[in-house]
Design a protein around this ligand. Structure first.
Ligand code: SAH
Length: 470
């Protein structure tokens, strides 16, 4: 997946020539929510404003970060919205964009920075916002290059990013048939007589990795993909390790044919977000006790500690995938708005997989005692709670007033209204293949112990059942 999507040799997002480069929009392979309606980015911008208010309106040190910004439309819509809240706009020290594709970085730069020069820096590239010469926009190819500064308040957005991160697929196979007592394979001859072979065959089910292999020539058909998914004949390093990392996977191990998809890179991103928000888990990174009021969490490998005095910031993850089950058989290819085999023309087909939201939540909570997770909730629920319908009505009204002023034709106005109405309704469409139900929204926030008098009714973030509290 990694090679097909972002390889230097010409991946889907990193083609060798820029003419191949418009994956988004009606002419490309797929249309994403920010490209459908400006309201999507505006509401995400408002969500950041609401969280910033709820966390005490910090006057400095705010980072806005986006993973995989595509054409940059979402960030542009967010920044335009945030400009209406000057104290937050002023508090934003930098915008960080994680982008593996050079072509998309250039498109984002053009949209967000206009003619301002793009220069190299120690972590990637940088420029300044077209909205303000004081606002730096900084690009890195991986979130790990962005400094983890515990004094900062990062607001992180990942829309349709996690589905592009590589997965490993495992299937549970039953144990081999038992050996008969006295079988040659079961005994070893020694100078003092036969002893039982200490190399015991596996007793229970085993995870086997499904790997991509070339289709054998006798099965290769004209016009069909040259690769297929086959089961590894023996354990692989990944099959011995990854399925043992969560009780969710272990619970399926004894089910014949159970299939699970695990994305270690996604878990690493969730972990990174959690640490930026809540600081490292003191139990695993430094020999100290969790601070008063913080949760103690289970251990993970040791790493450089990020100790945060007070958790701050938020992460919002929007993507498709089941709300609580482990994805299976979800690896897919998309070409020109049609689902195709993920092995069709590698490097020119979009390849993606369902996001395992619960795995991301588990990774975040295990990585930092300073975070809590809300959702996932359906995109329809989230955007409705954020006021998508009201914002659309506002835009329609504005278009009408403008029409009155400019004397624009009736047809143009009908077109604009149709686009606004059609756009927002598509984003919240609850039908089985509609975006409102397929996409889920999950938030990571600073962990807040229950306060006196809350009686189990703790603050919920806006969009997840909560209100904006001014
Ligand atoms: N968020 C955008 C685009 C989503 S497409 C939108 O909603 O329109 C996925 C984006 O993630 C692209 O910008 C792609 O280049 C980037 N991307 C994919 N894999 C990546 C990786 N491993 N590291 C960094 N960026 C990646």
């Amino acid at each position: 997946m990694r090679q097909c999507l972002t390889s230097d040799l010409g991946g889907y997002y990193t083609p060798k020539t820029s003419s191949e480069n418009d994956q988004f929009g009606t002419k490309g392979d797929f249309v994403t929510s920010p490209e459908i309606s400006q309201i999507f980015g505006e509401l995400l911008g408002l969500w950041v404003v609401a969280e910033w208010i709820a966390q005490g309106r910090r006057g400095e040190g705010v980072y806005l970060m986006e993973m995989g910004p595509g054409r940059g439309t979402l960030m542009d819509d967010m920044l335009r919205t945030i400009r209406n809240f000057p104290p937050l706009a002023k508090a934003i020290e930098a915008v960080y964009l994680v982008e593996a594709s050079q072509n998309l970085r250039l498109a984002q730069h053009k949209l967000l920075c206009g003619e301002n020069p793009l220069t190299e820096n120690s972590i990637g590239h940088e420029s300044t916002s077209k909205y303000s010469p004081d606002l730096k926009i900084i690009w890195a190819e991986d979130v790990r290059f962005i400094p983890q500064d515990p004094t900062k308040t990062p607001f992180m957005i990942a829309h349709e990013f996690f589905d592009a991160l590589p997965i490993h697929v495992f299937q549970s196979v039953p144990p081999p048939p038992p050996q008969n007592e006295g079988d040659a394979a079961d005994t070893i001859q020694t100078p003092t007589g036969p002893i039982k072979n200490p190399r015991r065959l596996p007793q229970g089910h085993q995870w086997r990795e499904l790997v991509v292999s070339p289709t054998p020539p006798h099965r290769l058909k004209e016009g069909e993909p040259e690769f297929e998914l086959t089961m590894a004949k023996a354990a692989t390093p990944h099959s011995m390790y990854l399925p043992e990392t969560s009780s969710r996977y272990k619970a399926l191990k004894d089910v014949d044919g159970a299939t699970i998809e695990v994305s270690p890179e996604s878990l690493a991103y969730a972990r990174d977000f959690a640490i930026r928000l809540g600081g490292s888990n003191p139990e695993t990174s430094a020999p100290s006790q969790p601070a008063a009021g913080r949760k103690a969490v289970a251990s993970a490998p040791r790493e450089e500690a990020v100790m945060k005095d007070e958790p701050s910031g938020a992460a919002l993850i929007i993507d498709y995938g089941p709300a609580s089950t482990i994805p299976a058989n979800s690896l897919r290819g998309i070409k020109q708005h049609t689902r195709v085999s993920p092995f069709t023309s590698p490097g020119t087909t979009d390849v993606s997989a369902d996001v395992d939201f619960l795995a991301l939540a588990e990774s975040a909570i295990n990585s930092s005692p300073g975070v809590e997770v809300h959702g996932p909730v359906s995109q329809a629920l989230f955007l409705t709670a954020m006021g998508i319908e009201e914002r659309a009505a506002q835009l329609v009204k504005k278009a009408m007033v403008e029409k009155g002023r400019t004397g624009e034709g009736k047809e143009e106005l009908t077109e604009v209204v149709k686009r606004i109405e059609g756009g927002w309704q598509r984003l919240v469409d609850p039908s089985p293949q509609g975006m409102g139900g397929l996409y889920q929204v999950m938030a990571m926030l600073p962990f807040r112990p229950e306060q006196v008098g809350e009686d189990g009714k703790r603050r919920r973030p806006v969009g997840f059942g909560g209100d904006v509290r001014l």
